[in-house]
Ligand binder design. Structure first.
Ligand code: MET
Length: 418
């Protein structure tokens, strides 16, 4: 086939013919760049915008304050920013959503979602544990007002009340990788909107809205950013649900900085490559860890018996890059392992190009009630690994060495399988 024929086919391709996530991550939010005469997203740092007329400015202000996505004039950065809006469009496309609303962090995104539900009259939240410790703490403290009922996934229907405004869940869940059937919870929730924290899965592996969820929430600090150098959050949803979220953002000021949005958009083209590479390594490491004599239990949806609901591939395209495992020797051993790793960084956060290890009971989930931690297997012997894109053999060498040097001195080193 000659090059002219290829060009002809390409020029007649419908936009929805682009259905591969590898392609969509590269091009997301970049539709208008050619017409702008640029190849990469421009960065607009303006805090305010010149008004062509007072009445025009007032009309734009009214529209944006009412929750509109865009108006003739952005007016003020807290009401609208084109660089942030472009990244929101990118995320919306990847999440199969009408639109997306960006925030200064993942916790700001969660907070705004709960506040938007309260604006709609729903004072009660049903939340499925386990979930990220900060989210758990936010709901448990009642900081935002209203009340929370904790429910197991199968008990959501029974927890719904007339004043329930939101069902919140995370799958795979932080930190145990417990998985939830989103469509089943949506069916139990009836008319109550379901929000899914999709941070662990990323839009590369899971699109909650395809399964009936109303919101897909991300800490963009994690895989969306991917390089450990930008903090942000985002909620993908329908245009109708986005409007109160934008109003909450305007009033609380929990804005994503344009430079942060620009960095997030800068990292997006490699999202699928990063997630797939890290996932492959996570599968290899999970298998090896499961054979290690000092590892009691490895949590990764790729392992036998760990996807009992058959969510792969029905709901998830793959098991992802997060692993949790329990070590023999409890807290002391876990602390020694975290201290002993060299290539792997002992740090909270996840989804970066480099591998991180952390102790949920002492860090990310320290704020969770002790009985809830016990009930959901977030014990002192649990470690969580966010696998990066390094070669898995190098990661395994570091992990097995840390397991060896952390072994109690009064017994011989274990023979480890490679
Ligand atoms: C301050 S705790 C950390 C953050 C992050 N959400 C994590 O799970 O690692």
């Amino acid at each position: 086939m000659g090059s002219h024929r290829i060009m002809e086919i390409m020029s007649h391709a419908e936009p929805d013919a682009v259905d591969h996530v590898l392609t969509r991550t590269v091009h997301a939010g970049r539709d208008q760049l050619r017409s702008l005469g640029v190849h990469t997203p421009p960065l607009d740092r303006s805090t305010t915008y010149p008004l062509t007329s007072l009445d025009g400015g007032t009309a734009s202000l009214d529209q944006l304050a009412g929750g509109a996505r865009i108006a003739e004039n952005p007016v003020y950065q807290r009401l609208h920013n084109p660089t942030v809006a472009r990244w929101e469009d990118a995320v919306a496309g990847l999440e199969h959503a009408d639109t997306a609303v960006a925030f200064s962090s993942g916790m700001a995104a969660i907070t705004a979602t709960v506040m938007a539900a309260r604006l709609g009259g729903g004072d009660h939240v049903v939340a499925v544990r386990p979930i990220y410790g900060g989210t758990d703490h936010l709901l448990a403290t009642g900081l935002l007002g209203g009340s929370v009922t904790w429910a197991r996934p199968e008990d959501v229907a029974g927890a719904i009340r007339p004043d329930t405004g939101l069902v919140l869940l995370e799958t795979p869940a932080n930190p145990t990788l417990a998985t939830v059937d989103i469509a089943d919870v949506v069916a139990q929730a009836g008319t109550v909107p379901v929000a899914v924290d999709n941070t662990f899965a990323t839009p590369v592996l899971q699109n909650p809205l395809d399964h009936g969820a109303a919101y897909a929430i991300h800490s963009a600090t994690k895989a969306l950013g991917g390089h450990g150098d930008v903090t942000g959050g985002v909620v993908a949803c329908s245009e109708a649900l986005a409007q109160p979220l934008r109003q909450v953002r305007i009033l609380t000021g929990a804005l994503l900085d344009p430079q942060a949005a620009w960095l997030l958009h800068r990292g997006l083209p490699t999202l699928a490559l990063r997630v797939h590479a890290a996932q492959d390594s996570a599968c290899a490491l999970a298998q090896r860890l499961a054979l290690h004599p000092d590892v009691v239990d490895v949590r990764h949806p790729s392992l036998p018996g760990q996807d009992p609901l058959g969510l792969i591939p029905r709901q998830m395209a793959g098991p992802g890059q997060m692993i949790a495992f329990r070590v023999r020797g409890g807290h002391a051993r876990a602390a020694r392992i975290v201290a002993a790793v060299e290539l792997i960084t002992p740090a909270v956060s996840l989804g970066s190009v480099d591998t991180l290890i952390q102790h949920p009971a002492g860090l990310t989930h320290r704020v969770v009630a002790a009985d809830a931690r016990d009930e959901h297997g977030i014990g002192e012997d649990l470690l969580r690994v966010s696998v990066g894109i390094e070669h898995p053999d190098d990661l395994w060498r570091d992990l097995t060495r840390a397991l060896q040097v952390s072994a109690p001195v009064d017994r011989p080193l274990e023979t480890v399988s490679s």
